[in-house]
Design a protein around this ligand. Sequence first.
Ligand SMILES: [Zn+2]
Ligand SMILES: [Zn+2]
Ligand SMILES: [Zn+2]
Length: 148
Amino acid sequence: VGTPPSQTSSEAVDAILATLRANGGRATTARRQLLQALFDSGGHRTAEDLATEVQASSPDIHISTVYRNLDEFERLGIVFHTHLGHGPAIYHLSSAPHGHLVCANCGTAIEAAQELFSELSENAERRFGFLIDPRHFAMLGCCHSCAG
Ligand SMILES: [Zn+2]
Ligand SMILES: [Zn+2]
Ligand SMILES: [Zn+2]
């Protein structure tokens, strides 16, 4: 699902809904609003945050619907979830893949391009036959300001 920056978010949502339909899914109002909320947030929202945003305009959409739709989007590769720390997972659109470096002291999250993890990934695969998914969990550590 490509999302060129020139696209408006509603065009991008339309493109994703077209992908959804092509995969046998239905483009419901709840799904459109959920995708819109994901775009408008720029990522880093929990399922509960997204439900609150969707419910601001559609109070009848239950949080269980939001969870179910996020699961289906994930199965179709439209979104992925990440754990930044001990709290609930956050959701991203797959059109913006990246990993996270999170400061265990102040909670600052730095978005890091996937290449940052490529050397680690290659070593893990060569030595252990293990395929790392750097998007799923953040790398925890100490940020520049906290270390200084
Ligand atoms: Zn910090
Ligand atoms: Zn992120
Ligand atoms: Zn997970």
